[in-house]
Design a protein around this ligand. Structure first.
Ligand SMILES: NC(=O)C1=CN([C@@H]2O[C@H](COP(=O)(O)OP(=O)(O)OC[C@H]3O[C@@H](n4cnc5c(N)ncnc54)[C@H](OP(=O)(O)O)[C@@H]3O)[C@@H](O)[C@H]2O)C=CC1
Ligand SMILES: [Mg+2]
Length: 341
């Protein structure tokens, strides 16, 4: 076959074959690497340079199953999550599923952690401890493992579903319906009006945290329609223009696809009317206030009057990207305004 134009294309073609050809994927299990989870918590190891997510191979997993009394065919509970630059297939395996626990109490978290010399940590915490590109891979792995765990039965026939080797789908044994892992599309919008941007908070947010407006798309809705609706619903404003800014897989509480946009509203109609069923508060923030909010990392200490200073979600969240882009734009505007002609 002709040389594929790039190694990226070769990687994507190999990933495709892993998902579509059961034998190719079965063979890949013996050459691939495995990220381990326990009840959806990824395994992390603390090294002098910080935390890392260790990778196991099939031989090590088989040794572990022998030692702890698990059964080898459970390795087929693994799901394909990617393929490294050097074409190494990457899998994820949850050892905390009740199937393992029934086989051997030695698959309980503490026993496994001492055997594997690591700790199974809540994903939200783990993402703060890790850097680089392993965080999105672990988010994707957890989302896929959760999806399989929640879709053991066909929602039409009630019969058990079977995953394919790669875990890219589940099939109903009774009537052949194919289920594919789902993400819920969520629009996240930073509304700005000249020198002001609109930030909001829900009661459930940590004290002091403000973010951009977000909302799940309703079925059949376009991204644009969801943004118009969510902004009208949450703060009573009418969006006039939109600009796509990026997207992000967000695994909390389930798998969401965040679609981020900047928006402006109809001039002269900027009076916010907060929908108290959805939000605790929403208001316009000046550049100075946003820059001040950026100074705080996590929840800042309470002031004497009991209020908590405003802070913005960390870099992990695409809301931060939107707000930083707005700040950048404002600062360029300011520097142009002060630069003599
Ligand atoms: N990464 C980031 O930067 C940010 C991510 N987010 C995420 O975006 C998501 C949406 O934000 P949020 O403001 O809560 O959303 P919404 O404004 O849509 O309000 C949440 C409501 O949406 C409904 N809902 C819940 N799950 C779904 C679903 N899967 N499909 C359709 N509707 C659903 C529920 O309504 P009902 O009660 O009627 O069922 C829920 O009360 C959240 O999961 C949040 O974690 C939010 C802000 C920043
Ligand atoms: Mg919302």
């Amino acid at each position: 076959c002709h040389r594929l134009s790039s190694s990226y294309v070769a990687r994507m073609r190999y990933l495709f074959s892993l998902k579509e050809d059961e034998q190719v994927c079965r063979d890949a299990l013996s050459s691939g690497t495995f990220y381990l989870f326990h009840s959806l918590r990824p395994l992390l190891q603390k090294k002098h340079s910080g935390y890392l997510a260790p990778k196991s191979n099939l031989v090590e997993l088989k040794e572990m199953l022998d030692t702890l009394g698990g059964k080898e065919q459970k390795l087929e509970d693994s799901v394909l999550i990617g393929c490294s630059e050097n074409l190494m297939p990457q899998f994820a395996l949850d050892l905390g599923k009740e199937l393992f626990l029934v086989i051997s109490r030695r698959f309980e978290k503490p026993a496994l952690e001492s055997y594997l010399q690591g700790t199974f940590i809540e994903l939200r915490k783990a993402l703060f401890l890790l850097n680089g590109n392993v965080a999105p891979l672990l988010s994707k792995a957890q989302a896929l493992l959760r999806w399989h765990d929640n879709n053991q039965y066909c929602s039409k026939t009630g019969q058990p579903t079977q995953k394919n080797i790669a875990g890219s789908k589940r099939i109903c044994n009774a009537n052949g319906i194919i289920y594919y892992p789902q993400m819920s599309p969520v629009v996240i919008t930073l509304v700005s009006n000249g020198d002001w941007c609109l930030l909001a908070r829900q009661e459930t947010f940590p004290a002091g945290m403000y973010s951009a407006l977000a909302g799940f798309c309703d079925i059949g809705e376009t991204v644009e329609e969801a943004i118009y609706r969510e902004v009208a619903e949450e703060v009573g404003l009418e969006v006039e223009s939109l600009m796509y800014a990026g997207s992000q897989h967000w695994p909390f509480p389930n798998s969401s696809l965040m679609i981020a946009c900047h928006a402006t509203v109809r001039q002269g109609h900027t009076e916010i009317n907060v929908n108290k069923f959805e939000l605790e508060n929403a208001r316009w923030f000046s550049l100075e206030e946003v820059k001040e909010a950026f100074q705080h990392k996590r929840i800042p200490p309470e002031r004497k009057d009991g209020t908590v200073p405003v802070w913005i979600p960390p870099k992990l969240a695409i809301a931060r990207q939107l707000i930083e882009e707005w700040v950048q734009r404002q600062m360029v505007k300011e520097s142009c305004a002060t630069t003599p002609a």
